[in-house]
Design a binder for this molecule. Structure first.
Ligand code: SF4
Length: 251
C-alpha cells in the first residue's frame, strides 16, 4: 500500500469512528441505563433491523446472551469464530445450543487459508506469538464479516475485569458500534438466568473450565482462582484482541 492510500484509509477510519461516536451518543441518550432484553430488543428491532449481528464463542456463559437474542429474533445472525483450535466439546455445544434456542442463522467463519499457510504453516504460532495467532485466527476473520453489519452485539461483562472494567452498554470502537447488553451483569445473575431459563451448560464447565477458548491456550481452573486464570497461562496476554482498540488496523 502506498503512502497516500494509507493516509486516505486513516482519514476514512477517523470519519467512520466519528460517525459511530455521534450515533452512540444518540443511542445512549435514548437507551442509557438499559441492559439485557430491554436494551437488546430495540437494538435488533428498531435501531439496526437486519444490520446487527452477535459474535459468540459458545463458551461457558454464551447461552444467556444467545437466549436473549433468540427471545427477540432467533433469525438474528450469530457469528461463530472457528479458529481451528477449538475443543470438540465446543462444536458439540454449538449444535446443541443452536437447536435448543431455535437459532436459524448461525454463521461459522474461519481463518483465511492463505494467511495460515503463510504465517502459521505448522499450526504452532500460538507457542511463539499468541498475539499474531489470535490476529490471524480471530481478529481478521471477524473484521471481514463484521464490515457487513452496522452494529455488533457482544457478551462482555465488567465483572470479568481487566480491559472490561469500564465497559459501557453501547460504545464506538474503531468504527464499529458495539452493544454490550450484559455489561453490568454479575456471575451470580448469569447463573440464576441459566437455572431459570433451563439453559444447557457447556460440557467443559463440569470439568473445571470457567472460561473456554482454544485448547492450546485454555486450562482448568482450581477453586479460588480467577475465572480467566486458565487463559493463556504464563503469558501477559489476557485478551484475544477482538475487543482491543485499533484491531481493525491490525495493531
Ligand atoms: S487462543 Fe491460542 S490457539 Fe487460539 S487463536 Fe489465540 S493464540 Fe491461537
Amino acid at each position: 500500500m502506498n503512502a497516500s492510500a494509507s493516509i486516505q484509509d486513516a482519514t476514512g477510519n477517523q470519519d467512520q469512528q466519528r460517525l459511530c461516536e455521534e450515533r452512540v451518543a444518540k443511542l445512549a441518550r435514548a437507551y442509557g441505563g438499559l441492559n439485557g432484553l430491554d436494551l437488546l430488543a430495540p437494538m435488533i428491532e428498531k435501531e439496526f433491523p437486519g444490520r446487527i449481528a452477535l459474535s459468540s464463542s459458545f463458551g461457558t456463559e454464551a447461552a444467556v446472551l444467545l437466549d436473549l437474542v433468540a427471545q427477540v429474533d432467533p433469525a438474528t445472525p450469530v457469528i461463530f469464530l472457528d479458529t481451528g483450535k477449538l475443543f470438540e466439546e465446543t462444536y458439540n455445544y454449538l449444535a446443541l445450543l443452536s437447536n435448543h434456542l431455535g437459532l436459524t442463522d448461525v454463521r461459522t467463519i474461519s481463518p483465511d487459508l492463505v494467511r495460515l499457510q503463510g504465517s502459521d504453516p505448522n499450526g504452532n504460532l500460538w507457542e511463539s506469538d499468541p498475539d499474531a495467532c489470535c490476529h490471524i485466527r480471530k481478529v481478521e476473520p471477524l473484521e471481514r464479516v463484521l464490515t457487513n453489519f452496522d452494529a455488533w452485539i457482544t457478551g462482555r461483562k465488567q465483572y470479568h475485569g481487566d480491559l472490561r472494567l469500564n465497559l459501557e452498554p453501547i460504545e464506538a470502537v474503531d468504527g464499529f458500534i458495539k452493544i454490550n447488553p450484559l455489561v453490568n451483569w454479575s456471575h451470580e445473575k448469569i447463573q440464576t438466568v441459566f437455572a431459570e431459563r433451563k439453559l444447557p451448560q457447556h460440557p467443559l464447565v463440569a470439568r473445571g473450565y470457567p472460561s473456554i477458548g482454544c485448547y492450546h491456550c485454555t486450562r482448568e481452573v482450581a477453586e479460588g482462582e480467577d475465572l480467566r486464570a486458565g487463559r493463556w497461562e504464563g503469558e501477559e496476554k489476557t485478551e484475544c484482541g477482538i475487543h482491543r482498540a485499533s484491531w481493525v488496523s491490525g495493531q
